[in-house]
Design a protein around this ligand. Structure first.
Ligand SMILES: *Cc1c(COP(=O)(O)O)cnc(C)c1O
Length: 466
């Protein structure tokens, strides 16, 4: 073979092919490992939630029918535009579902216009900013430590209103004693702004992520009228309560539009929804498409439609029970030695309870210890953190929500048990692992979703089709 370049080349080629084959083999093994890992981690996630106490105020567990919608083929299709004015074929059943969803949304919230196309609460807000304001316009919103959401935020903080729509965000004056908007203080603040800079507000944003008491929608909409400005009410957290006829009725109280996420107290799939009046219908249609969306996640639209039917049938009872449970939980936590805020105002009128843990530890440590005990909450800035300028990563409080445990069928007795578990971890400093075993035992009988037409499948059952 010596001196035969052809044979040498053949050998080189064979070696290269072998090496490529081994690379492909290794790549396949890695890919398959990743595939199995994801499936295993999803299963473990389900097992964790089936045996824990879920108290994150922005989450919920949807009914099995909503989960079925999410697994359907609808999520693989397109249907651009408003139903009846579509730009894609194959939409016959999708159109029927979305039109039914629109009708149900109008009925549940008593609205003239409903749009199921926002794919999230943030996108619904962006739609309202786009319809009601131009870049450079002034919007009034709650600061984040007062309960405002990042999507209402200033440019300096990377908030959606400031960064994406280019709005200038001015904050409401806040009344710490009532945990609510100070309308008179805000009026004076806006008068100063006009005198000093000649700027007048175009949009008043209401609604919040930390939302204990109804907002003064009527007073704010009177103020907005003086400026010819629009009022948007962000119902992301309280949509299910509004659907159930508790908390407040923002459209009747003066809101021009209501935006929401559909997965918090409303307990649908992760999606968004916008409500408004007939006089703004054409503006919103244009903003949603072609402005903000191409596809609008049709499996989620079907899920929202199912959730709205559930709301129509069951939420008067569900919403009432949620608020009863949060008041009860707050009271029991207080008895167990925790500093629950706003006891003088009855603690809360919503699904949320705010606890100051700073006497015991930071909010970050509280969240961590409770998670090890199988109690899922989130740390939260409290109004006092705004004055103390506390680092948002370790705020003074935790925020609890009763909407998910209520959906699992829990009542007052269970709220007492939950308060005890929390106190054992945070006040008595018991070993979280020990509490975790008892938490799992406590959760065992609560495996079905309530306030739904069917609960044939357990709330956190992992459904495999692979
Ligand atoms: C959760 C929340 C949103 C954002 O909702 P997404 O559906 O996650 O986009 C908007 N506004 C408020 C007040 C919220 O709490």
């Amino acid at each position: 073979m010596d001196g035969d370049p052809g044979a040498l080349n053949d050998i080189r080629q064979t070696l290269r092919r072998l090496a490529a084959g081994m690379d492909a083999e290794r790549r396949f093994v890695r890919a398959e490992e990743a595939f199995r890992k994801v499936l295993r981690w999803m299963r473990e996630h389900h097992e964790f939630f089936a045996s824990s106490i879920p108290l994150i105020a922005s989450e919920n567990v949807p009914s099995p029918a909503v989960r079925e919608a999410l697994a359907s083929d609808l999520g693989n299709r397109y249907a651009e535009g408003y139903p009846g004015e579509r730009l894609y074929a194959g939409c016959r059943w999708i159109d029927s579902i979305e039109m039914l969803g629109i009708e149900l949304a109008k009925e549940v919230f008593n609205a003239e216009y409903a749009d199921l196309r926002p794919i999230s609460g943030v996108m619904a807000n962006l739609a309202a900013y786009t319809a009601f304001a131009e870049p450079g316009d002034v919007m009034v919103a709650l600061a984040v430590p007062h309960g405002g959401h990042i999507s209402h935020g200033k440019r300096e903080w990377g908030g959606t209103a400031g960064t994406v729509r280019g709005l200038r965000v001015e904050r409401y004056e806040f009344d710490y004693d009532r945990f609510n908007i100070d309308v008179d203080g805000t009026r004076r603040r806006l008068e100063r702004l006009e005198k000093e800079e000649g700027k007048r507000p175009k949009v008043f944003m209401l609604g919040a992520s930390v939302f204990l008491f109804p907002h003064p929608v009527r007073e704010v909409s009177d103020l907005a009228k003086e400026y010819g400005a629009r009022v948007v009410y962000d119902a992301a957290h309280v949509a299910g309560l509004i659907a159930g006829g508790v908390f407040q009725d923002p459209l009747r109280e003066g809101a021009d539009a209501v935006t929401m996420s559909t997965h918090k107290t409303l307990a649908g799939p992760q999606h968004g929804l916008l409500l408004s009046w007939e006089r703004y219908a054409e503006d919103f249609k244009r903003v949603m498409f072609p402005g903000l969306h191409s596809n609008h996640h049709l499996h989620a639209v079907a899920g929202v439609t199912i959730a709205l039917a559930e709301a129509l049938a069951f939420y008067h009872e569900y919403a009432r029970r949620i608020v009863e449970n949060s008041k009860a939980l707050a009271g029991f936590l207080m008895e167990e030695g925790l500093d629950v805020l706003y006891g003088d105002l009855g603690f809360t009128e919503s699904h949320q309870v705010l606890v100051d843990v700073s006497r015991l530890m930071g909010g970050k440590e509280a969240e961590f210890l409770l998670e090890r005990a199988g109690i899922v909450v989130n740390r939260n800035l409290l109004p006092k953190d705004y004055l103390l300028k506390t680092d948002y990563r370790n705020p003074s409080g935790i925020r609890l929500g009763t909407q998910e445990v209520t959906r699992l069928g829990m009542g007052k007795e269970e709220m007492r048990e939950i308060a005890r578990f929390i106190s054992r971890v945070l006040v008595k400093r018991e070993d979280p692992e020990k509490v975790r075993r008892e938490v799992a035992e406590f959760r065992r009988p609560f495996q079905k979703v309530h306030y739904a037409f069917s609960n044939a499948t357990e709330a956190y059952a992992y459904v495999s089709i692979t």
